[in-house]
Design a protein around this ligand. Sequence first.
Ligand code: DX5
Ligand code: ZN
Length: 211
Amino acid sequence: MVKIAPSILSADFANLGKEIKALDQAGADLIHIDVMDGNFVPNLTFGAGVVKALRSYTKLPFDVHLMVKNPDILIPMFVEAGADIITVHAEACKHLDKTLSTIHEYGLRAGVSLNPSTDESCLKYVLEKLDLVLIMSVNPGFGGQSFIESQLQKIAAVKALCAGYDIHVEVDGGINPMTAAKCVAAGADILVAGTAVFAGGEYQKNINNLR
Ligand code: DX5
Ligand code: ZN
């Protein structure tokens, strides 16, 4: 069964607590939190303080996607804020193996995200330390972009690379009912969606459509 992780990047930032409650009631499986530093990506979003303030609004897992240049210094703060999964970008980590170990030492699940141009071969020697691979199907930074079709091949390649391991394959960017079906056929089991979940304010209907 595919899991749906709504991205609060598309939520009403003036009412994030209410929005998270509404997503929970609408049947979301995870809450996807896009952390951007204005450096690794050309946009700024939430710090750990915001995540901590949101923690009491749901029991759903917080799926924290760190689009930041120096994830190592931020990891302890997001652990303290109540993250359940922390995903770092392979492109941002000098010592990816060590960063994944650090996330596990805090007792959290660890993910690695790959930009559209990044080859999945960088995962080969860290498979044992991975709980999740997050394939970016847009260039990270903004919601509402179009799905990059070449990433379907990467989903299949990551799925094959992870065979025999207990690793989720998550896809992020440009997900709608059409692209969702292609991603799942290629091997994805978690779909991140912002625009498609928040469209028209009908969260439950939108989540069901994606599922
Ligand atoms: C992009 C973010 C995505 C994005 C998805 O940098 O990581 O989570 O918000 O938004 P949509 O579904 O609108 O492409
Ligand atoms: Zn994301």
